[in-house]
Every structure is written in C-alpha cells, then in structure tokens.
Design a protein around this ligand. Structure first.
Ligand code: R5P
Length: 290
C-alpha cells in the first residue's frame, strides 16, 4: 500500500497508479496546543510505502513521520519505506559556526531508525558524496530529476545554454545537459546569510543566447535572482529557471519575475504552481527495484 498525507495526494495518486498499488491517506488534526493527531487507515498490509515530502514546516512533518512510522509497525507493517521527494536538512552539512549541529547527519540518522529505506530526489549532496555517509549503508536512495528536466528544457528552449549558479549545482547541470544535449557551465557563489549571496557568473559569452538556470532547489530564490541578473547584464536574450524542488519561500517567485526571469519550471517533487515535470515514473521505476 502507498500511504500519503492528506495535503499531498496528487503525486501519490500518480505514483500509486504507476505502481499498481492501493493508496491510503493519513489524516491529521492540529490540537489547540499545537500537538498533532495522526490517523492512519487500518488494516495495513505488511509492506507499506509512505510518501511524504519534507518541504515547508519540515519540523512538523518530521514529527508526523515519527508518530506514523511506529504506529504502522505496531499494526503489523514489516517493511516500511519512506519516499521523501524533498528531504529536509540536507544543506546543514557542516559546522558552519562553532557549536552548530550538523543537522544533515542527525536527521538522516533519525529517519533511518524508523524506515527500512529512505528514497529521495536530488538531495543536497554537497560535502558528502552519498547518503551512505549519513545513513546505514544502502538505506538511503538518491534519485535525480536532472535528466528529465534537461530533456524538458531542450524541447522548450532548443539550443539553450544551461547554467548552474554555483559549484554544488554542477552535478545536476552536467546530467541535465547530457540528457538534453545542451551546452552547460557553472558559476560560483558565496553566501553571507539566508538572503545574501554573491554570484560569480561563469566565463561564458551569453550575448543573444537563451540561458536556462538550473538548480536543485529555489528557497528564497536569491541564488537564481543573482545569476539571472548577471546573465541579463551580459546580454542574454532570455533567462528561464528550472529546479527540482520548488520551495519558493516568501517573495521568491515575484522577485524572480521582477529580476527578468521569463519561465519558471519545476518538477512535482514539491507541489507548486510551477510544476512542469512529473517524477512519478522515476520514483516508480526505483521502487520496483527495491
Ligand atoms: C545551495 O547551494 C542550493 O543548491 C541552492 O542554490 C540554494 O539552496 C538556493 O537557496 P536560495 O533560493 O535561498 O538562494
């Protein structure tokens, strides 16, 4: 059975259809004191997949998972898998200031105590190469939507040049470029705070060219806004944006448009109005192998 939460049924419906599995819905109620009641469908089969993205209020979602998983086990589930298309806390991957917990390690370890497998899409693997470094070997499975995004971009903007705003994006941009047979380049970024970033655009002549910026996620959008401004100042004919994870917190979306970005596309790893690429088949193919 595929279980999803009440606020995230669209991707779950598509995934259940791809897998040919029944779908159940976990409902929630917020008590006046902020606690959450979690209600699972019963009875449950012995093999269950829980689909839960950890975007927006990741702490609430984490607690909901930490309640739902042992409850499911208590009702006879033997094999329990988490599909978290967006896995939160992956960017806190070092002690940036003395005493700062490396949350990536601790959250990944916590999830792996509850689930036999954790499947995710384009997790922010920057200072670690694989989820095996933060979970027991083989428990974490990282998929990528980059190839799908690359093929999508190649159809939308033939001859586009793909630009990754920073070094981390190099892995996704290279894969997207390969799949879409597009030229690509990667810039550099220095972050000074949540919304303060300085971008160094790649050494690339973009005059008159269609530039598509590609990244794993847009949160405040400041990384992409900085790169878009640079591309336009350097004479790009158009700038579009594609991301796997459409967090787009706060004013990110209008600010990107105000910076001159034409199209904004995302995968449906995070439900959002910009969703243009569906990852149901990508997930289903991987899940059939597990
Ligand atoms: C980090 O380097 C990521 O790959 C993204 O570039 C970053 O998280 C985007 O954050 P924001 O949209 O807040 O600039």
């Amino acid at each position: 059975m595929l279980l999803c939460f009440d606020d995230e049924q669209d991707l779950a419906t598509r995934l259940a259809r791809e897998l040919g599995r029944p779908m159940g819905v976990i409902t929630r109620h917020r008590f006046p004191d902020g606690e959450t009641r979690v209600v699972l469908p019963k009875p449950l089969p012995s093999d269950v997949i829980v689909l839960r993205g950890m975007q927006h209020q990741p702490n609430d979602r984490l607690v909901e998972l930490l309640i739902a998983a042992p409850a499911a086990r208590g009702w006879g589930v033997r094999h329990l898998m988490l599909v978290a298309p967006y896995l939160a806390y992956m960017r806190q991957d070092m002690e940036f200031t003395p005493g700062e917990a490396v949350s990536q390690r601790h959250i990944a370890a916590l999830l792996s105590t509850q689930f036999d497998r954790v499947v995710t899409v384009d997790p922010h693997l920057h200072r670690i190469a694989s989820l095996d470094e933060v979970m027991p070997r083989g428990r974490g499975v990282a998929l990528s939507a980059a190839a799908q995004l690359g093929r999508f971009i190649a159809v939308q903007v033939p001859g586009a040049v793909l630009v990754g705003p920073d070094e981390e994006s190099g892995q996704w941009v290279a894969e997207a470029a390969r799949a879409g047979k597009l030229e690509h380049a990667v810039g550099r970024k220095v972050r000074f705070g949540d919304t303060q970033v300085q971008l160094a655009f790649p050494e690339l002549d973009v005059r008159g060219r269609s530039v598509v910026l590609l990244d794993d996620m847009a949160s405040t959008g400041r990384t992409l806004i900085g790169a878009a401004r640079e591309a336009l100042e350097r004479g790009a004919a158009s700038v579009d944006v594609a991301v796997t994870h459409a967090l787009f917190n706060g004013d990110a979306l209008p600010a990107l448009r105000a910076a001159g970005v034409r199209h904004i596309w995302s995968s449906n790893a995070v439900p959002h109005e910009t969703n243009a690429v569906c990852i149901a088949e990508l997930l289903a193919t991987a899940l059939r192998r597990k």
